[in-house]
Design a protein around this ligand. Structure first.
Ligand SMILES: Cc1cc2nc3c(=O)[nH]c(=O)nc-3n(C[C@H](O)[C@H](O)[C@H](O)COP(=O)(O)OP(=O)(O)OC[C@H]3O[C@@H](n4cnc5c(N)ncnc54)[C@H](O)[C@@H]3O)c2cc1C
Ligand SMILES: *[C@@H]1O[C@H](CO)[C@@H](O)[C@H](O)[C@H]1NC(C)=O
Ligand SMILES: *[C@@H]1O[C@H](CO)[C@@H](O)[C@H](O)[C@H]1NC(C)=O
Ligand SMILES: *[C@@H]1O[C@H](CO)[C@@H](O)[C@H](O)[C@H]1NC(C)=O
Ligand SMILES: *[C@@H]1O[C@H](CO)[C@@H](O)[C@H](O)[C@H]1NC(C)=O
Ligand SMILES: *[C@@H]1O[C@H](CO)[C@@H](O)[C@H](O)[C@H]1NC(C)=O
Ligand SMILES: *[C@@H]1O[C@H](CO)[C@@H](O)[C@H](O)[C@H]1NC(C)=O
Length: 498
């Protein structure tokens, strides 16, 4: 807190203090003095910013303001060597830091960083497609929305995620789950190689052949092991010319039980759906009660799709928008065009995630009622949604379990509890936390895993470490953490023990 007061003093005072000392009154490092030390040779486009600067706002504004990290300074490196320099300077001066890409991370462990350094990777935003090789190379400042047109225009697809604004590498280092995982696998399965800056500022390549151990680890626990400054993905040929048959549908409250039954009936025991079909279903508030907003999508013709999803259409949704959407437009236009609203920054979003191997319809019908009661009692919580992602996983399951650190290839559904309200300190926070934890418990106990398991990028931050990284892979991950980050510099995202 003290630093913030010092930094908000008029410049004259601030600057003389900086010139006088590299530490502050309480012995904590003086970031302004350290980062602007002229012996550091930053490249000309690298920006150093401090609270109050416009650049600082741009370098630190994030998707959720729920339990956020706070910073005394930001470095926005324009080059990979400057990422390395920033990490070395931080490490030499014991300054805790967080690297950020799309700033859509929401796990509450990120908020354990207070008064630290923001290492904003947004300037490393190049996108390049090698059409002949069928590969995409991107920097860490690139979002899903930035790659869709370049990839599609070159005649390819990539299993990106559901929102345009998420950082592609931030998603990849956890897994990158999406609607195309039945056809192509996880986003991390497409990785051919990456450049990583390590905890000691070393710049290394990782691939099957070079640093294969680190390559294994960054595919599932990447935020713990280094910062990716560039990554190359294998692209895949178009299926059905890249066209999705898309159905936005609304099911009123009375149909919730039959909707869950129909959704569950598509499961063949190992996948929620056949490889070309996917659905996202959200329990949401409307007027007086809950309803279900769903998007079903099929990578194939509308005639085929109509037949396959007939049981859903037979439920006679109260609203339906049936149309063909090309892959690069799908993110923005499908799901009621909610992408733009979902991407809004500076909102209070308190999120919990759960994996399941099956869809326990009795549990979901009960949850539908509990959420309806919550909407009625807590009007300030009516923006809250419970999303059930049912994405196929045939191609993901085809990758050997021990090929990457990601532990949940057998998950058939990913559930997201997105509690949201206006402004902090709202009285709805306490009942929201209570309901979220209770719902998570109910879903976990009927999940088929015998308890809670969660995809690292969907974790709330209060889970046991095994529930995030899996019991089987933990010892190998801990060894990697000791080898590559023994001082725990990358310690703010569901940290692995050292
Ligand atoms: C609206 C929304 C939609 C989402 N949709 C999907 C989806 O469809 N599929 C899916 O899999 N996930 C999805 N997610 C979850 C998403 O994968 C995580 O929130 C992810 O951490 C976001 O990465 P970021 O770069 O945007 O976030 P940041 O907050 O910038 O980073 C999050 C974490 O990742 C680390 N990180 C970021 N970049 C790098 C890098 N280059 N190298 C190493 N570590 C890095 C950071 O240090 C931090 O610990 C969604 C999230 C939101 C908010
Ligand atoms: C500035 O950086 C130089 C080179 O690293 C270092 O020797 C010097 O101590 C730094 N200045 C201070 C006072 O920290
Ligand atoms: C911050 O970002 C916005 C939106 O991209 C841009 O218009 C603005 O110029 C940026 N401000 C600074 C100080 O760079
Ligand atoms: C890396 O190795 C895996 C497993 O052996 C293999 O399936 C994959 O194709 C290889 N990737 C590249 C780019 O060679
Ligand atoms: C939800 O579905 C169940 C089972 O069909 C039904 O009993 C219940 O009334 C529905 N909920 C609401 C609020 O209509
Ligand atoms: C809300 O419910 C009404 C009545 O069922 C329906 O007409 C309307 O489309 C719904 N609106 C939204 C945004 O879900
Ligand atoms: C987000 O919040 C910051 C800090 O309050 C503010 O400066 C910035 O303008 C906000 N950005 C948007 C897009 O609302």
């Amino acid at each position: 807190m003290l630093y913030i007061h010092i930094l908000s003093l008029p410049c004259v005072l601030r600057c003389s203090r900086a010139a006088a000392s590299w530490t502050q009154e309480d012995g904590a490092p003086n970031l302004r003095a350290i980062l602007t030390n002229t012996s550091i040779k930053w490249s000309s486009n690298t920006k150093i910013s401090f609270p109050g600067d416009g650049d600082f706002i741009n370098a630190t504004t994030r998707w959720t303001v729920f339990r956020p990290p706070t910073y005394q300074a930001a470095v926005s490196p324009a080059t990979e060597p400057d990422v390395s320099t920033a990490i070395r300077v931080a490490s030499e001066n014991s300054i805790p830091f967080l690297g950020t890409g799309g700033r859509h991370g929401y796990g509450t462990t990120l908020g354990n960083l207070q008064g630290g350094l923001a290492l904003d990777l947004s300037k490393l935003n190049s996108v390049s497609v090698d059409k002949d090789a069928g590969t995409l190379t991107v920097g860490p400042g690139v979002h899903f929305g930035d790659v869709l047109d370049p990839v599609f225009n070159a005649g390819y697809m990539l299993p990106t995620g559901s929102c345009s604004c998420v950082g592609i590498l931030g998603a990849t280092v956890g897994a990158g789950i999406g609607r195309l995982s039945g056809l192509y696998g996880l986003l991390l399965d497409q990785l051919i190689s990456a450049r990583v800056v390590t905890a000691v500022g070393q710049m290394v390549t990782v691939s099957n052949d070079t640093n294969p151990d680190l390559f294994w680890g960054i595919r599932g626990a990447g935020a713990n092991l280094g910062l990716l400054t560039s990554a190359t993905f294998q692209l895949s040929p178009l299926v059905n010319n890249g066209d999705f048959s898309s159905y936005d549908m609304i099911f009123p409250a009375a149909k919730n039980g039959s909707y869950f039954d129909v959704l569950a009936s598509f499961n063949d025991g190992s996948s929620a759906f056949p490889a070309k079909l996917s659905a996202a279903s959200a329990i949401s508030y409307n007027s007086t009660t809950g309803e279900i907003l769903a998007n079903w999508a099929y990578v194939g013709s509308q005639d085929e799709a109509d037949l396959i999803i007939k049981p859903v259409l037979d439920l006679d949704p109260s609203y339906i928008d049936r149309r063909v959407i090309s892959w690069p437009r799908f993110t923005a236009e499908a799901q009621f065009g909610l992408d733009a609203a979902l991407c809004e920054v500076n909102k209070t979003n308190d999120i919990y995630g759960i994996n399941t191997k099956n869809l326990d319809t009795a549990t979901f019908t009960s949850i539908f009622k509990q959420v309806g009661d919550y909407y009625a009692q807590w009007p300030d919580g009516q923006g809250t949604t419970i999303t059930l992602e049912a994405f196929p996983n045939q191609a993901s399951l085809a990758v050997p379990e021990d090929a990457t650190a990601y532990p949940w290839r057998d998950a058939q559904y990913n559930i997201l509890l997105q509690f949201t309200w206006e402004a902090s300190g709202n009285t709805v926070e306490e009942p929201s936390t209570r309901l979220a934890q209770s719902i998570r418990e109910q879903i976990a106990s009927s999940s088929g895993y015998g308890g809670l398991t969660v995809y690292v990028n969907y974790a709330h931050g209060d889970e046991q470490i095994e529930e995030i990284y899996g019991r089987d892979k933990l010892s190998r991950l801990v060894e990697l953490k000791r080898a590559w980050d023994s001082n725990n510099a990358f310690s703010f995202n569901n940290p692995l023990p050292t």
